[in-house]
Design a protein around this ligand. Structure first.
Ligand code: B1M
Length: 210
């Protein structure tokens, strides 16, 4: 069943994915296991894109299928009391439209007890600053970037938050495929997380240390 799910994501079988995920759950597959297989598949799609074996439309339908699959898993991945740990403002930085990873980080942090304010994709530094201003009780901001070309927008966002005088109020967590702990440190972020699970753990650590 897992291999059928992986094929359905890879081929962008949007109509079939929901049923396949439900079937896998009914057969006893764990939500985490199903999610990992879908994440792995997106990596395979990305590698094929790099080798010119698939193109943008294939990447798009794979992403749509993955989102539909995650929607089935969402209630099963949720736990904890939403908002108990405070607010997280999250978004994918300016110029970047990738949102699957950011959405997973949002889902897992929500599940860990945060109220998530999701600004979406292509979020400018000014939008982050405006959102922090509108949420004076928010102590955590998350920035996601998937493109090497949008890493500079991450740096610009940290700078804008600092220049707006909010650096004492919020901790900043960054992540995304091209991001490294060294880059996070270089741009002045407080934390880097490699995946959604560790992002949720890091988020909790950051607010309890604040
Ligand atoms: Co794009 N794309 N894409 N793409 N795409 C990549 C990223 C790429 C690596 C593919 C490749 O060449 N192998 C490549 C980037 C190369 C680079 O910069 N070095 C690339 C490119 C080039 C592009 C375009 C420029 C292509 C073009 O137009 N010529 C274009 C850019 C558009 C734009 O953003 N301006 C583009 C477009 C697209 C689609 C729209 C077609 C689609 C996105 C759909 C969507 O997101 N709604 C797409 C997709 C699907 C991908 C791949 C195949 C899959 C991304 C994904 O969803 N992965 C990707 C290849 C790859 O990643 N191997 C690729 C699954 C997801 C769960 O993982 O996002 O890494 P990820 O998130 C993880 C961690 O990174 C981490 O946790 C997540 C969950 O575990 N994480 C955080 C993420 N954010 C975090 C934040 C945190 C903490 C952890 O704290 C706040």
């Amino acid at each position: 069943m897992i291999s059928e799910i992986m094929t359905a994501v890879e081929k962008g079988k949007i109509k079939e994915i929901e049923e396949l995920v439900k079937k896998a759950l009914a057969e006893g597959e764990s939500p985490d296991g199903i999610l990992s297989s879908m994440i792995e598949t997106m990596g395979i799609v990305g590698d094929k894109f790099q080798r010119n074996e698939v193109f943008i439309p294939e990447m798009m339908v794979a992403a749509m299928a993955m989102k539909k699959g995650v929607a089935v898993l969402r209630p099963l991945l949720m736990s904890g009391s939403i908002g108990a740990k405070g607010k997280l403002i999250i978004g994918t930085v300016r110029g970047d439209h990738h949102d699957i990873g950011k959405n997973l980080v949002a889902l897992m942090t929500e599940s860990a007890g945060f109220e998530v304010i999701d600004l979406g994709v292509d979020v400018s530094p000014e939008q982050y600053v405006d959102s922090i201003r509108a949420n004076p009780d928010c102590k955590l901001v998350g920035l996601s970037a998937l493109l090497t070309t949008t890493m500079e927008a991450m740096e610009a966002t940290v700078k804008a938050i600092t220049e707006a005088g909010f650096r004492q109020q919020v901790k900043i967590m960054v992540g995304g495929a091209p991001i490294t702990p060294e880059f996070a440190e270089k741009i002045g972020a407080d934390a880097y997380a490699a995946d959604a699970g560790s992002a949720a753990r890091k988020a909790s650590e950051l607010v309890s240390a604040a």
